[in-house]
Design a protein around this ligand. Sequence first.
Ligand code: SF4
Length: 470
Amino acid sequence: MKPPRKLHIKSYGCQMNVYDAQRMVDTLEPEGFVETGNPEDADLVILNTCHIREKASEKVYSELGRLRALKEEAARRGRRMNIAVAGCVAQAEGSEIIHRAPVVAVVVGPQSYHHLPELLARAEKDGRALETEFPAEDKFAFLPPPKPDVIRARGVSSFVTIQEGCDKFCTFCVVPYTRGAEVSRPAGRIIDEVTRLAEHGVREVTLIGQNVNAYHGEGPDGRIWRLGTLLHRLAGIPGIVRLRYSTSHPRDLDETLIEAHRDVPAVMPFVHLPVQSGSDRLLAAMNRKHTADDYRRAIDRFRASCQDIAFSSDFIVGFPTETEEDFQATLALVTQIGYAGAYSFKYSPRPGTPAAELREMVSAEEMDERLARLQELIDSQQSAFNKAMIGKTVDVLFERSARNPGQIVGRTAYLQPAHVMASPAIVGRVLPTKIESLERYSLLGELAAPEHPAAVTEQASTPNETRMGA
Ligand code: SF4
């Protein structure tokens, strides 16, 4: 039997890249590859790239420079190392990578990584292989399922991609160009994947997609299912106690999703709903296709359906032409909504997007100053939200041993890390936990009930008794 070949994947960016990296491992495992955390040992290194980052392609080329040194060192020791570039920079740059970085053997876009074994074979024969088309076939239908021990090793919480691509064309965003048009996976395949994950220890699933609430996959009944219907069905899979989804667009809210938050206890009351700006003028310039009031109404619909729901969001500061008045509208929106947390970034142009053509840039000083003011406001909201947990008993899904000996760490419904002193036997269980203090962003507490096997699951608890309002 041939010794296993070692595979190292360095993944950048979003949750979908984390999921894709795992599926690349699953794809290459039947070819005799095993994962290693150490690139020096690897026979194959894959850079799973992200185009959202500023100067993304330059960073990939500089990382490839470092890998070339590793490859040369491996060759000196009589070992062959292959290098592949996957993900959104691979899609956007394509043959440019082949020209600029001869060290790269394979370039593969995010819709084609199920072809990695063939591409590696082609590179072996021809020296290089490139695939950045959007193939007509559904890659998910070709990906081998992960083995039970691999699922267990990945932990109790798992991502599952249900939708890819985006038709919205926000003027600052590269996703419609790198991931293509919106495509939803058939619901039956998602149900099968989640069932398999649950059979091997997964308790929480986060359904992911660039525009996840635009989900419109074919259901086993032949009808088109929306996200809310899918959440209802997945909640019935034995072992699944928590469901989340990310990332949503305010325009794609439909009643099935709102109802799922009201009717399905496994659907966590924490929603990431990006808005980007509170200024209608800028929202139009960004081609967001909604106003600040549309966004407020979307939040109101969730809140009317689920009283303990909380929100996070994304904000861009310093989009071209942003005035102080526009920025004040963003601050006013944040103040009005009250977030449990949010991500905020300074605008930076992405090559190939319409906004990259805009010339009326906000100065670097103004951007810095506005970002600091926005982050101060968001931090104060997050801190107040976390502090309000102290003294409450909340459900925590325990995930793993913490770095401190004897401590186990889990997450609340709002994704706050929560630490208790307990035995590792509680990993994979949802237990009511009395929160006693806060250490930066982590909650510290103790189990509110003895650690016996009959302790509560999320479905058995009454949501509004153990969760707090936003
Ligand atoms: S909706 Fe999201 S993924 Fe789609 S173009 Fe806009 S920012 Fe990009």
